[in-house]
Design a protein around this ligand. Structure first.
Ligand SMILES: Nc1nc2c(ncn2[C@@H]2O[C@H](COP(=O)(O)OP(=O)(O)OP(=O)(O)O)[C@@H](O)[C@H]2O)c(=O)[nH]1
Ligand SMILES: [Mg+2]
Ligand SMILES: [Zn+2]
Length: 302
């Protein structure tokens, strides 16, 4: 893919703030600093670079991006997390507790960048009588909407083949709360990479934000997988109401049948969404999350 010495192309495999780690086509790793005017360059970007004196390297351009996963920054604008993503793996687990609102936020994000999404229920070995029903409900709910759902236990080496199938030919990013086992899963898939994982806090039962940098790993045959730091919240305030609704597939496909074009699906007569809710055709939980995330006053994010 490289053109000449002045204008090489490489993949950003990590962003350390002022420095980027690039991977060239022949597998070399290069540390490079970007030119200032380029804006935020993220893991997954393809960039142009050239060598400089003293073994330094300079990134001079960014190739066109597709599938840029972003969250809202403090100023309300989109802040890219990773580029050229084709699939989100929303990882969840009984410990820290399942968070379906977070999964729904990732559904919206995936839809808006044209990426697939699969739900990964990890730590099956920890599922007890209390959490078994929750796990079954999550599996049934997201399958019904049309998402792939896989259950696994990294600890027991169970279910990983199903994950390998989902990863095929995709650029997938592992997302979810801290401590659900994103890096552990990667370690199981790519044992030679020696990826760092960390225990949950004994006091809170939450993860400790072990992964701090978003990292790109090529998969042995095709595709790649990106590990990202765990989040508490995943803010989508930079998206418009229509983008939020579009991310609730089952709701947006009903919206065409509402009497009013601008139906908010809250109080209008002849609302296909409210009818479906009354008839148990859509999940009350998803409808609640739709209302919560559509509300412009939603400021529950950090
Ligand atoms: N019991 C059990 N523990 C697991 C499983 N998978 C991961 N863990 C443990 O969960 C803890 C957190 O794992 P990590 O892989 O660091 O979690 P993470 O999602 O990458 O967390 P952050 O990097 O903080 O976002 C570690 O102690 C893992 O050993 C599993 O299937 N079962
Ligand atoms: Mg991690
Ligand atoms: Zn409606």
């Amino acid at each position: 893919m490289s053109t000449d010495n002045e204008d090489n192309i490489a993949r950003v495999v990590a962003n350390h703030g002022t420095e980027l780690t690039l991977a060239t086509d022949n597998g070399d790793r290069i540390v490079a600093s970007p030119k200032k005017k380029l804006g935020l360059i993220v893991t997954g970007d393809l960039v142009q670079w050239h060598p400089e004196e003293h073994g330094n390297a300079r990134v001079t351009g960014v190739l066109e991006r597709h599938g840029t996963l972003a969250r809202t920054d403090r100023l309300g604008a989109a802040k890219p997390i990773a580029a050229n993503v084709s699939q989100l793996l929303a990882v969840t687990a009984p410990k820290p507790p399942f968070d379906t609102l977070l999964i729904d936020r990732y559904c919206i994000a995936a839809h808006n960048i044209g990426a697939d999404l699969a739900v990964v229920i990890n730590k099956e070995d920890l599922i007890d009588e209390h959490t078994a029903q929750q796990a079954d409900d999550i599996e049934a709910l997201y399958r019904k909407i049309g998402y792939q759902v896989v259950r696994c236990s990294v600890k027991q080496d169970h279910g990983l083949d199903n994950i390998r199938k989902i990863l095929k030919d995709q650029v997938s990013i592992l997302v979810g709360q801290s401590g659900v086992g994103k890096s552990s899963l990667l370690n199981a898939l790519l044992p030679d990479e020696g990826i760092k994982t960390g225990p949950l806090s004994i006091n809170s039962g939450l993860g400790r934000h072990t992964t701090t940098v978003t990292n790109w790993y090529d998969l042995p045959h095709s595709g790649a997988i990106i590990d990202s730091p765990g989040v508490r919240q995943f803010s989508l305030e930079h998206l418009a109401g229509v983008d939020i609704q579009a991310g609730f597939r089952e709701i947006s496909s009903l919206a065409a049948h509402c009497k009013f074009n601008d139906c908010s699906h809250v109080h209008e007569p002849s609302c296909a969404v409210l009818d479906a809710l009354a008839n148990n055709e859509i999940s009350p939980q998803r409808y609640r999350h739709f209302r919560q995330l559509s509300d412009p006053g939603d400021s529950s994010d950090g």
